[in-house]
Design a binder for this molecule. Structure first.
Ligand SMILES: NC(=O)c1ccc[n+]([C@@H]2O[C@H](COP(=O)([O-])OP(=O)(O)OC[C@H]3O[C@@H](n4cnc5c(N)ncnc54)[C@H](OP(=O)(O)O)[C@@H]3O)[C@@H](O)[C@H]2O)c1
Length: 296
């Protein structure tokens, strides 16, 4: 393994997504020399390109923020999900092994089936419920299959200011769009997650990587909350009063099955003395302030 303290070169894939831009920012703030790649530049499912790109730069750390995140579309197009989220991670893992780089890979709360009805810890056993979830779990397995030293960070309901402009956006942007359309907004109240603010997710993930931590870590937001209560919180902080109704997953059918309760407990991170994630309200306030920079 390269000496991380002396060899501060890091590569980011999926670098212009909600998390990727924050990872890049924090790495640069910490004095890393960075190379940033998005899909148009390097598709992580392209085995040769991935290996060529990593070998040329020879980084000490590789951050994989790239992912195929279309949970419902994955049910009709499971191949797309497994190619990006499974085989793409395999490509990165093999190349990191050959180039002696630490892989920092991001996974999801959806690896769990949600039957525990309490925040999931790193000790809990995954049981993914659909094509997207299986593909993300496959990514974890591939990473661990090829690497003894890999940091896998599972997170939940990611939102960051870059979501104003990304293809996939995020839940807050969706709520603001619906409010703008002046329609009645229906949001499910029987599913709970821990929405996670990507600037903080990036800071804490990089802190773990720099400390040399490996294995699976959970970094979910500080507040387990139903999607309905989350929507109400967003509108309250934004000072908006749309017409909003609670619904259930039984009434509001989606192609993919989702875990009913997928909040994460950040047990390993907090045991290291790293400051816990703040309450969701604080993150939403910060988000609404900073999204303005992306609207310009
Ligand atoms: N968003 C969530 O709610 C959520 C929840 C739990 C876990 N996570 C995990 O958190 C991580 C970061 O997610 P995020 O919210 O930052 O996602 P995001 O904003 O959608 O960014 C993902 C980026 O990856 C790119 N990408 C997709 N397929 C690729 C490929 N084959 N090769 C290279 N790049 C590719 C996307 O480009 P295009 O837009 O051009 O496709 C996009 O720029 C991912 O691992 C995700 O699975 C996210």
């Amino acid at each position: 393994m390269k000496a991380l303290a002396t060899d501060k070169r890091a590569m980011v894939f999926g670098a212009f997504g909600q998390l990727g831009v924050e990872i890049a920012r924090v790495l640069q703030e910490r004095g890393f020399e960075t190379r940033l790649h998005d899909k148009a530049d390097v598709d992580i499912s392209d085995t040769r390109k991935v290996d060529q790109t990593i070998s040329e730069f020879d980084p000490s750390m590789v951050f994989n923020c790239a992912a195929y995140n279309q949970v419902d579309v994955s049910e009709s197009e499971p191949l797309q999900a497994i190619i990006a989220n499974g085989l793409g991670v395999r490509n990165l893992a093999i190349s990191c092994r050959q180039n002696d780089a630490l892989l920092v890979h991001f996974s999801t709360d959806y690896v769990f089936d949600g039957t525990a009805n309490r925040p999931y810890t790193e000790e809990d056993t995954p049981h993914p419920l659909g094509a997207y979830a299986v593909s993300k779990y496959a990514g974890e397995l591939y990473a661990k299959a090829y690497l003894d030293r890999v940091l896998i960070v599972r997170t939940s309901g990611v939102f960051g200011p870059a979501g104003v402009k990304t293809n996939r956006g995020n839940f807050i942007e969706l709520m603001l769009r619906l409010e703008h359309g002046k329609q009645n907004i229906r949001v499910i109240e029987d599913h709970v997650a821990s929405p996670t603010y990507s600037p903080l997710l990036a800071e804490k993930s990089i802190e773990l990587a720099v400390r040399g931590e490996i294995g699976v870590f959970h970094i979910g937001g500080g507040t387990p909350i139903s999607w309905y209560d989350y929507a109400r919180l967003i509108f309250e902080v934004a000072g908006l009063q749309p017409s909003i109704t609670a619904t259930t997953s039984r009434e509001y059918r989606t192609a993919a099955r989702r875990p009913r309760y997928s909040a994460l407990a950040n047990v390993r991170m907090e045991a290291l003395g790293i400051e816990p994630m703040p309450p969701l309200r604080i993150a939403v306030e910060h988000y609404l302030e900073h999204r303005k920079n992306y609207l310009l």
